[in-house]
Design a protein around this ligand. Structure first.
Ligand SMILES: [Mn+2]
Length: 465
């Protein structure tokens, strides 16, 4: 890593320590019953790093897109007595409300609805006994209305009575996900049965997603800020793990170092399980860390993403366990890196599609003089060993939703991740970074994390002093 990069990362680290301390102080002073709506900064009126206006604008746009129909979105329930995973709400519900609460249900109502309301969020009533065990989720009432800016926040207990006049009046209800036969034995089937019991003439569609995806595809300022924080924590984890790798370290131990850095950066979970593949495992695209001990001469593919306020990073680096690439590893690494850099230059915002970029990357690799043996022992051009797509949208989902087009429009965030996998030579290489499309070109959001092979080796030497 060069000096500038190191200073930048150190500054970022300093910033996070301060923020963490501040958050801890605030948390200690807050009343213990305060709803955990915004673990980050309740005083600013933001929810999960975004302004109330950002959430309100989205609800308004979805209401308009529903063209007179009702949009009904429901969050999942908790896991039970002891959850195996921390509760995470539905992405659409989070995107439109900023509220994390099990069994929340958002109703967006059309103009002229008999309720006289545009939107109602239904939340389970707060239970004093439950808060002995867990931090309370936000409940119905005026306090949550003020904190969220949602017009009306009512109890799920009276939800169907409250919605009955609206459902009697409406022609269409839009749910998220498959409905009808394709939703058999799911919670959606139960929801549909409820709706039909109230109004058998309702048209029930599964098209709420198609109303929301085009909005989610282009990121708002708050979403981009969340992605930057997720990326900073992930870059920190890449540096930490690079310094930790050496002979006999297991992939799982490396994963532990990664997760420690994520938590330090404020990430409560991973956007996807950590991919840490050493030696032959570097050729398995989605290999989740196992108990293999690393050996000198191994390459390790580390493909990881911290999730911050529901937004996930996705960054891959490939490290040599012994601290230096072999000449062969280095020439292949350089081709992967050159491909990524050529792709960055190729993008014309508002014009280039992700598919064109993918094709361009393959053509670029094909023109290289390098060759390798395929499984039949035949020498092939290097594009033959690039066995996955070049990239994907990035956001609340690691493979985020698309707006119905592959054009790289200003405001979308995506990855460029060329890779070359050579099982016959015992190593695979992938380099992945995250980009925001701006009107003038690409902003490489993960630019502070080096990928140049000499810089990668310098980072690793730092651990051996
Ligand atoms: Mn990816």
């Amino acid at each position: 890593m060069n000096e500038t990069g190191r200073n930048r990362l150190n500054r970022l680290r300093g910033g996070f320590t301060l923020l963490t301390l501040l958050t801890l102080c605030l948390a200690q002073r807050a009343a213990p019953t305060a709803p955990p709506l915004a673990r980050e900064n309740a005083a600013s009126g933001r929810l999960f790093g975004q302004t109330l206006d950002e959430f309100a604008n989205r609800r308004e746009l979805v209401r308009e897109a529903a063209k007179g129909g009702i949009v009904l979105l429901r969050a999942p329930a908790e896991g039970g007595d002891v959850d195996r995973v921390r509760f995470r709400t539905d992405n659409h519900v989070m995107y439109l409300t900023g509220v994390e609460a099990p069994r929340a249900c958002l109703a967006l109502l059309p103009e002229g609805d008999p309720s006289g309301k545009r939107e109602i969020l239904f939340l389970p009533p707060q239970n004093a006994g439950a808060s002995v065990w867990t931090a309370p989720y936000p409940g119905p009432g005026a306090e949550t209305e003020r904190a969220t800016g949602i017009e009306s926040v009512q109890s799920t207990r009276t939800m169907w009575e409250t919605l009955r006049p609206s459902l009697m009046n409406a022609k269409t209800v839009h749910l998220a996900g498959p409905v009808g036969e394709r939703a058999r034995y799911t919670e959606t089937a139960e929801l549909e049965a409820r709706l039909r019991a109230i109004n058998p003439n309702l048209e029930i569609t599964g098209s709420a997603q198609s109303l929301i995806h085009p909005l989610r595809w282009r990121k708002s300022p708050g979403e981009i800020a969340n992605l930057r924080a997720a990326i900073a924590a992930t870059a920190d984890a890449q540096i930490s793990v690079a310094r930790f790798l050496r002979k006999d370290v297991t992939e799982l131990a490396a994963e532990g170092v990664i997760i420690a850095a994520f938590r330090r950066g404020g990430a409560v979970r991973e956007g996807f399980p950590c991919i840490v593949g050493s030696g032959p495992n570097s050729n398995i695209l989605h290999y989740f860390a196992g108990d293999r001990k690393m050996q000198p001469g191994d390459l390790v593919v580390v493909d990881i993403g911290a999730e911050y306020n529901y937004y996930t990073a996705d960054i891959t680096r490939t490290f040599p366990v012994s601290g230096r690439f072999t000449p062969r590893q280095r020439e292949v690494y350089q081709l992967v890196l050159d491909t990524q850099r050529a792709c960055e230059k190729y993008v014309v915002p508002g014009k280039t599609t992700l598919w064109e970029l993918d094709q361009y990357a393959r053509d670029f690799m094909r023109k290289s003089p390098l060759r390798a043996k395929d499984s039949k022992g035949e020498l092939r051009t290097m594009d033959a060993f690039f066995v996955h797509g070049l990239g994907h949208w990035l956001g609340m989902d690691v493979h985020d939703v698309s707006g119905g087009s592959a054009v790289l429009q200003p405001g979308v965030v995506f990855t460029i991740e060329p890779g070359i996998y050579l099982p016959s030579e015992g190593f695979g290489i992938r380099i992945e970074d995250d980009y925001l499309v701006t009107p003038g070109g690409l902003e490489k959001l993960s630019r502070d994390l080096p990928s140049d092979p000499a810089q990668i080796e310098a980072i690793m030497r730092g651990s051996r002093r």
